[in-house]
Design a protein around this ligand. Structure first.
Ligand code: FES
Length: 101
């Protein structure tokens, strides 16, 4: 299902957004693009809300796994080969931003 999450200029660099009263996701804005991730880290469930973005990756504050913003793959190589962070598709229509969940 597609959810409207706001105007691109109104989004912060990192924020938690609730989709349809069902689930909270982490929305990131980096270099003018918007990304959406499961808010809990796949490693041990830490909140990624305080993660930082480095080298186009979302770095978990707990143990430093670094998830590529496009693919969700842990670029530190510590995750199992098929294990990756869930990144939700983001689309834009003009200034309006949508997430598919
Ligand atoms: S909980 Fe995120 S790297 Fe461990």
């Amino acid at each position: 299902m597609r959810y409207y999450i706001g105007k691109v200029d109104g989004l912060r660099s990192s924020q938690i957004i609730e989709l349809g009263g069902l689930v909270e996701i982490l929305v990131l804005k980096h270099n003018g693009k918007v990304y959406a991730s499961q808010k809990e880290c796949i490693h041990a469930g830490a909140s990624l809300a305080r993660g930082i973005i480095r080298d186009h990756c979302l770095v978990c504050p707990a143990h430093g796994w670094a998830f590529n913003l496009e693919t969700g793959i842990d670029e530190t190589g510590q995750a199992e080969p098929l294990e990756k962070q869930v990144m939700f598709p983001v689309s834009m229509e003009g200034d309006d931003v949508y997430v598919d969940f």
